[in-house]
Design a protein around this ligand. Structure first.
Ligand code: SIN
Length: 480
């Protein structure tokens, strides 16, 4: 079994204080790699390294940082197959999607490089004749990122690209479920010439590592992608030292189909929004509202497309539905389906775990439910699985009220060919990411982030880089 390394201060580490961290393939349960179980002292060393490296990294030019980040992007593309296979093995993402994740990750490094080169301050008109006022942007300092298992590579790229482009350094703590892609990225960063301490990667127990990093007096920012529950906990911990937070938390996205939509196109967009990584994304469509008059027609279009979703070994090119990440995820999805049926929803297809020869019991059938009530678990909570529930609606105002009637607001989708209605609805939706006739709205150049209990802070594009800066104003007296 290969021991994959962490990266602290430019050195690859495989040593571990305690039992090593075993990484399992969710499709087969086989152990596919081991990582160090880093201690609090290891995390503190990584933070020390990031603080030391900041002193020189912040003095490099934006152009020099951009050149290095573009080199990393190119390296990811060259090694696409290795990264994609690693992603598939550690999180069960179908290989076609895993390749897409590698490109998505590379695009974050490219977009951050460009945005970093374009960072601007401002000149402010003064009320006093001999005074000139300027606002300049400076990098925040050493930062930390805690990343999830659903995009083992891309969510690191989304945080690290902007951090480094702005002139910050970073310590990344990847999910315990998926540290192997992070380790490969750390090795690539080193080979691409990212200086020692600028990027560090520590693996192991979340509470130990995050606790040590948040206590470190040099840490200036925490970026986290994960559940609202954990985000709240981290925000509380970070408040002790007033560490700036960017929290990209859970969603419960509404997907609205008006009768005037191109229904075939809407069905395709819904398949993309719902079944990408088997529904295990924060922007996955969770509540589908279809105008009553076209419900039957839309359901038929959807069912035809669901029939084409092949379940199987995620390493196969033909597979669209692989395993869920772990047994707890399967149990949650099954609970949501059973609960919906108890609430009166009609099960149209799927609804249970698929049996596949030689594979684990984590493959959940693409599931379609219709009806039920707004109080059932799959309407109130994020399912994070391949379950679609269709609700009929009768009016625009009614559907907007239903769409906004949850505590979170990450993504929302609207399908209509009426441009007036599109704007009207988009303006009233309480979500940070809108798919307007688009089931795949993510883009490295766009400001990604949610409203309400989906967190705060933007990631990606110009705003993503600005989040890693602080603004200093300078008042200068000029002799006449
Ligand atoms: C996420 O699920 O957290 C990210 C989704 C995306 O970037 O599209």
């Amino acid at each position: 079994m290969d021991f994959a390394p962490c990266l602290i201060d430019g050195c690859l580490h495989t040593a571990s204080d305690g039992a090593p961290l075993e990484v399992k393939n969710p499709a087969t349960n086989e152990v596919i790699g081991v990582m160090p179980m880093c201690s609090a002292a290891d995390a503190a060393s990584a933070a020390d390294a990031a603080v030391r490296a900041f002193a020189s990294w912040k003095r490099t030019t934006a152009a020099e940082r951009a050149r290095l980040l573009r080199t990393v992007a190119a390296r990811l593309r060259t090694a696409r197959d290795l990264f994609a296979k690693t992603i598939t093995l550690e999180c069960g993402k179908p290989i076609l999607e895993a390749r897409g994740e590698v490109e998505y990750s590379a695009s974050f490094f490219d977009a951050a490089a460009s945005a970093g080169e374009m960072l601007e301050g401002s000149t402010i008109a003064s009320r006093i004749a001999d005074r000139r006022v300027f606002a300049v942007r400076e990098p925040l300092g050493a930062t930390m990122a805690i990343t999830p298992w659903n995009f083992p590579l891309a969510m690191i790229a989304r945080k690290t690209g902007p951090a480094l482009a702005a002139g910050c350094t970073q310590v990344v703590k990847p999910s315990e479920e998926t540290p192997l892609s992070a380790s490969l990225l750390a090795q690539a960063m080193l080979e691409c010439g990212i200086p020692a301490g600028v990027f560090n990667c520590v693996t192991g127990d979340a509470a130990t590592i995050v606790g040590a990093l948040l206590k470190h007096e040099g840490m200036r920012k925490l970026s986290f992608t994960g559940s609202t529950e954990v985000g709240r906990l981290l925000a509380r911990q970070a408040s002790d030292r007033l560490v700036k937070c960017a929290l990209e938390l859970g969603g419960n996205a509404p997907f609205i189909v008006f009768a005037d939509a191109d229904l075939a196109r809407a069905a395709e967009q819904l398949i993309a929004a719902k079944f990408r990584f088997m529904g295990q994304t924060c922007i996955s469509a969770n509540r589908v509202y279809v105008e009553r008059g076209v419900l039957a027609q839309f359901t038929a279009l959807l069912e035809t497309r669901m029939d084409a979703l092949t379940i199987g070994d995620p390493l196969l090119e033909s597979t669209r539905i692989g395993p869920l990440i772990n047994d707890a995820a399967v149990a949650k999805v099954q609970r949501h389906v059973d609960d919906a049926i108890k609430h009166g929803a009609k099960l149209r297809r799927g609804g249970s775990v698929a049996r596949l020869a030689g594979m684990s019991r984590r493959f959940f059938e693409p599931t379609l439910l219709e009806g039920g009530s707004s109080s059932m678990a799959c309407a109130c909570e994020e399912t994070f699985g391949p379950v679609l529930t269709l609700h009929a609606f009768d009016s625009e105002q009614e559907v907007i009220t239903s769409a906004n009637a949850v505590s979170v607001g990450l993504a929302a989708y609207v399908m209509t060919q009426d441009s007036d209605r599109l704007w009207r609805v988009v303006e009233q939706l309480d979500a940070g990411v809108i798919g307007a006739n688009d089931g795949a709205p993510s883009a490295a150049e766009a400001p990604f982030g949610g409203f309400k209990e989906s967190g705060y802070g933007k990631e990606g594009g110009r705003m993503g880089v600005e989040e890693y800066t602080r603004v200093k104003y300078i008042s200068m007296r000029v002799r006449g």
